[in-house]
Design a protein around this ligand. Structure first.
Ligand code: ZN
Length: 122
């Protein structure tokens, strides 16, 4: 399914079941259940990568100790539905403007002489 999330590690084809979040101000890497939305400083991980994650030097790792579950299928269904709705709502290509022609065909009485040479008043 194209809406399922993949592990963010290079070359890893497995499905993401966990989200790694770097909490910079606490120097902590949090490995928790898959987040509903991707946010800055978060990385989706598959179970082996989530289990084997090691923190950078000086950082702590807080790891979710329960079982990592794939996201429930209803989430994917909702995402697919939202994408379908967005697809349908996409605007069609705009038509070229026809304003110039309309103005030329519409008679504008009394407007032609609005540009005049005004003699100097001195
Ligand atoms: Zn992985």
């Amino acid at each position: 399914m194209r809406s399922s999330r993949r592990c963010s590690r290079n070359g890893c084809p497995r499905q993401a079941v966990a989200t790694l979040t770097y909490v910079y101000n606490e120097s902590t890497a949090v490995v928790g259940p898959l987040a509903a939305f991707a946010e800055p400083h978060t990385y989706d991980l598959c179970e082996p990568h989530a289990r084997s994650l090691t923190a950078p030097r000086g950082w702590d790792v807080v790891r979710h100790e329960g079982k990592f579950e794939p996201p429930p299928p209803t989430t994917d269904d909702l995402v697919a539905l939202a994408e379908a709705v967005r697809e349908a709502a996409r605007p069609v290509a705009p038509r070229p403007p026809a304003d110039d022609q309309d103005q030329q065909q519409t008679p504008h009485t009394g407007r032609r002489g609005h540009l005049r040479v005004i003699p100097p008043t001195h």
